[in-house]
Design a protein around this ligand. Structure first.
Ligand code: C5P
Length: 292
C-alpha cells in the first residue's frame, strides 16, 4: 500500500487576464488564460493518525501564522469532510516559489493537496467533485487542480481546457515584494478602470503573437501604482534578447517573459540574476501536456 506521495504544485501563469465585470459581492469577473510551469512547490503527504503541516524550503520563512490557517491545511480538512472520513496526514510543504506573488501560491498548493490526498486516502473522487471543494477554498483553486492550459471565466470557476499549438520557454521574475491580491483589485476599482469587453469568440491563440496583439493583463496598471518594482521587472524582461512577450501574472508582483525554447529562457535568466541578485528568477517551460 502506498503510504507516501509527493505532488508538485506548479506556478500558475496568467498568459492574459481581462476583467469583464464585478459581482454584487465585490468579486471581479474575469477571462483569463492559465498555463503552468513544470517546476513548483513540492508537497509530501504521508498517512498519519492526525493532520499536521510542516513548511520548509526557500520561502518558508515568509509564513508567520499558525499552520492551521494555511490553505493546505484547510484543503485537507475540506476534502476529509466531503469524503466523510477523519483527516489524517503528515504534510510537508516545500515552498520553492514566492508567496503573494500572482503565480498561484496558496491556491496551487491547496489544489495539489486535494489531488494528492484524493490518491493517498484512495477516495477516487472525480475531478468535478474536487473542483467544487476547490472553489470553496478560493477563486483560483479549481483551475490549479489541472496543470495544462485552460481558459478561465466567472471568478475562476468556469474552466475550458485548451491546447496551445506552440511551445514556450518562460522566465519568471519577482522583484522581492509581496503584493496582496485584494489590494490590487481595490486599486483597480478605485482608479475607475473600465471593464474589458468579453472576448467575442474563443480566440485560437495559435501563436504568442496573437496573445500580444489581442490580450493584456488588465491589473498591470493597478499593480504598478501599488508597487513600482513591478514596472522595473517588466522593463527588465522587455529588454531581453529573444523575448516574445513580457507581462505580469495575476495580481503581481511576479512578471514573466516567453521565449522560443527553454534553453533560451535559461540563458537570459542567468543574465537577469547577474544584474539583479536580489530578485527571484526561475527559467522553465510551459506545460502543454498533463503530467498528472
Ligand atoms: O478568492 P481569493 O482568496 O483568491 O481572492 C482574494 C481577494 O481578491 C478577494 O477577497 C477579492 O477581494 C479579490 N478578488 C476579486 N475577484 C476575483 C478574485 C479575487 O475581486 N476574481
Amino acid at each position: 500500500m502506498v503510504d507516501s506521495i509527493t505532488v508538485i504544485a506548479p506556478a500558475k501563469v496568467n498568459l492574459f487576464l481581462h476583467i469583464t465585470g464585478r459581482r454584487d459581492d465585490g468579486y471581479h469577473l474575469l477571462e483569463s488564460l492559465f498555463a503552468f510551469t513544470r517546476q513548483g512547490d513540492e508537497i509530501t503527504l504521508k498517512v498519519a493518525p492526525e493532520l499536521s503541516l510542516e513548511i520548509t524550503g526557500p520561502f518558508s520563512s515568509k509564513f508567520t501564522g499558525n499552520a492551521r490557517d494555511n490553505l493546505v491545511f484547510k484543503a485537507a480538512l475540506a476534502l476529509a469532510q466531503a469524503a466523510g472520513i477523519g483527516a489524517g496526514a503528515e504534510i510537508t510543504l516545500k515552498k520553492n516559489l514566492p508567496i503573494a506573488a500572482g503565480i498561484g501560491g496558496g491556491s496551487a498548493d491547496a489544489a495539489a493537496t486535494l489531488r494528492g490526498l484524493n490518491e493517498l486516502w484512495r477516495l477516487g473522487l472525480p475531478f468535478t467533485e474536487l473542483e467544487a471543494i476547490a472553489y470553496g477554498l478560493g477563486a483560483d483553486v479549481p483551475a490549479c487542480l489541472y496543470d495544462t492550459p485552460q481558459f478561465v471565466e466567472g471568478v475562476g470557476e468556469k474552466l475550458t481546457p485548451l491546447t496551445l499549438s506552440w511551445q514556450a520557454g518562460i522566465v519568471l521574475v519577482n522583484p522581492g515584494v509581496m503584493l496582496s491580491t485584494p489590494a490590487v483589485f481595490k486599486a483597480f476599482k478605485e482608479a475607475g478602470s473600465h471593464f474589458d469587453a468579453p472576448l467575442a469568440c474563443m480566440e485560437p491563440w495559435t501563436s504568442v503573437l496573437a496573445l500580444t496583439e489581442h490580450s493584456q493583463n488588465s491589473l498591470e496598471r493597478a499593480a504598478v501604482s501599488a508597487c513600482a518594482e513591478v514596472d522595473e521587472a517588466l522593463q527588465a524582461l522587455k529588454g531581453l534578447e529573444g523575448v516574445q512577450l513580457a507581462r505580469m501574472s495575476g495580481s503581481g508582483a511576479t512578471c514573466f517573459a516567453l521565449f522560443e525554447t527553454k534553453g533560451v529562457a535559461e540563458h537570459v535568466a542567468q543574465a537577469i540574476k547577474n544584474k539583479h541578485p536580489g530578485w527571484w528568477v526561475m527559467a522553465d517551460e510551459l506545460l502543454t501536456e498533463s503530467t498528472l
